[in-house]
Design a protein around this ligand. Structure first.
Ligand SMILES: Nc1ncnc2c1ncn2[C@@H]1O[C@H](COP(=O)(O)OP(=O)(O)O)[C@@H](O)[C@H]1O
Ligand SMILES: [Mg+2]
Length: 276
């Protein structure tokens, strides 16, 4: 697949200040799905401490090597080290490392996927301002919702934005000032189905309500499925199962694979066939 028309990679950032929302799982699945479609995909893991995405990628490379398989994969890159002497006066070292990595990858990739840590860091903040598409996985819980917006006791009235959406708002401001196109912000519900229906409906109403207030789209999400926890040691995604010799996918895995396809479609990424 040729590089996109503009010659520059489309940047997908996967972020949410909450740990355990599914960022690294979604990152690996989206990046691998795009690679499998023939796009050139590089990835950066900004969780420098936990490195879940980096470890997921390493596991994939080891598994493929051991099993003699050659499956399309995103390429995970480390942030380059930088000498203090190379920094401009007052320049932040993390800003420099991230910009250097992106500048190097942009001309040679269709997509750069950036997996963010589950906390507010300088790196994550800068990454958000680079996002052409921002994917925010969100667990179906009002505790997780609280990082996007505060709501009243009934769960029906939004009383104000919260830390994470304020951070996205300032990233949007920065981009507007720099003359960059707006961020396409997509919230993806994750691990659905584990709780009572009444909570699910309440959550759905709250997210819909908020999407209009703070400007994001809602993509169909993932149900709670055990397969997501089993794939990591081999670095696999739902789309790879057939290629490693799994003859018959069970119903839950087929449904999960469809959820992933629906997500890719909903992302409306440039140059991506929605019906892959
Ligand atoms: N849809 C899902 N169903 C079941 N387990 C999931 C699902 N999504 C994520 N998980 C599990 O939840 C945990 C947190 O996911 P992870 O992707 O590491 O989140 P984050 O990167 O946001 O911290 C992991 O153990 C992962 O396997
Ligand atoms: Mg993670």
């Amino acid at each position: 697949m040729a590089k996109r028309a503009s010659g520059m990679a489309h940047i997908i950032v996967v972020g949410n200040e909450k740990g355990g929302a599914g960022k690294s799982t979604v990152s690996m699945h989206v990046a691998t799905a795009l690679a499998r479609m023939g796009h050139k995909v590089s990835a950066l893991d900004l969780d420098l401490r936990q490195r879940t995405f980096g470890r997921y990628s390493d596991n994939r490379q080891s598994f493929l090597k051991e099993s003699g398989l050659d499956l399309p994969s995103p390429r995970c890159h480390e942030l380059p080290e930088v000498n203090a002497a190379d920094l401009q006066p007052g320049e932040n070292v993390y800003d420099h490392r991230l910009s250097a990595a992106v500048a190097e990858l942009e001309p040679n990739n269709d997509f750069i996927l950036i997996d963010c840590p589950g906390s507010h860091t300088r790196l994550s903040q800068v990454a958000h301002s680079l996002a052409d598409t921002l994917i925010t996985p969100l667990n179906d819980s009002f505790i997780d919702f609280d990082l996007l917006a505060h709501i009243d006791a009934s769960g029906d009235k939004i009383t104000g934005p919260s830390v994470y959406s304020e951070m996205v708002w300032s990233a949007r401001q920065l981009r507007a000032q720099a003359g960059l196109p707006p961020i396409d912000w997509v919230v993806v519900r994750n691990r659905m189905g584990a709780q009572r229906m009444v909570n699910k409906d309440k959550m759905e109403r709250a997210i819909k309500n908020l999407s209009k207030r703070i400007g994001f789209r809602i993509a169909p999400g993932f149900n709670e499925r055990v397969i997501f926890r089993e794939l990591f040691p081999r670095g696999l995604t739902l789309l790879d199962l057939k290629d490693i010799g799994v003859k018959q996918l069970n119903i839950s895995n087929i449904a999960a694979r469809q959820e992933l396809r629906d997500l890719i479609k909903a992302l409306k990424l440039p140059g991506v066939d929605p019906d892959f």
